[in-house]
Design a protein. Structure first.
Lengths: 132, 132
DNA sequence: GCTTGACCTAGAGCGCACTCGAGCTGGAAG
DNA sequence: CTTCCAGCTCGAGTGCGCTCTAGGTCAAGC
């Protein structure tokens, strides 16, 4: 039991694939992951924590490009805190917007469902125009 | 002023591009759009209405493949009402789940923002481990 | 009558975010 | 020892949902 998780374990833990984890590292979302004596990656807690945040950012629709930008800022140190905060605040707003849009669009779907249910079991509408 | 909208007008109205409208027709999301004397598409109200629904379905994350399936059912007539209803209900559930997930993930982003704000203007943390 | 601009078709191309194939290595279990 | 599995690298491939190019037609405005 060495310390840290293998790529497979880490992948399982954060809900991504091993492929994706290696790719995230390659594109600069993760720091180069330390290797064991055989050259295999060992993910530390800090790597997993970063991944936890990254997955939330992705899941809320942040493009990988922007996440890379964010991580670049992280690497640049404290001087970029304000910019990172701003990024996150902008993203937060975008997510709220997204939720709002979803709710609005869902209302349309709901009305459609109501209409389907309203006609359920009713005979009529033989040759009337079919509404999607 | 002929009746119906040109592809450009229809696109503008539903918030898609003319390219996309033609492509939607090609993949079977729209019925073949009637043409004017010069062979140009004229979108009727019913086409626009269908597009309005389709855009909501897309915007809530339904894959085009499923939308095509849905429209196929529409074309098959009343016999498929139940299946269409079921599709919509399943999709509705998926959207609710999506909103839920977004809210959960947003909470993580929010905590991150709080931490950034908590340290705002504070000097310390010279050489401490940088947290993303 | 000419130009302009929107439209037409068929098919190619693109951006994104992974995902996988091929060929190899190395530690662990029977 | 051999078999096996997980991991390694590099580069290519995939699926989705558009988006654009090329080469042409047509009708309206100057």
């Amino acid at each position: 039991m060495e310390d840290g998780l293998s790529v497979g374990e880490a992948a399982a833990k954060v809900g991504l694939t091993a492929y994706t984890l290696r790719w995230y590292e390659q594109v600069g979302l993760l720091e180069p992951i330390p290797r064991d004596s055989a050259g295999r990656r060992r993910y530390r807690l800090s790597d997993i924590e970063r991944l936890d945040l990254l997955t939330k950012m992705r899941a809320t629709g942040m493009p990988v490009r922007d996440m890379v930008r964010y991580i670049t800022l992280v690497r640049e140190g404290d001087a970029t805190r304000a910019e990172r905060l701003a990024m996150m605040e902008r993203h937060r707003t975008a997510v709220l917007q997204q939720i709002d849009d979803l709710q609005r669009d869902l209302a349309v779907i709901d009305r459609k469902i109501d209409r389907y249910r309203g006609f359920e079991g009713v005979a009529g509408k033989k040759a009337g125009p079919r509404r999607p």
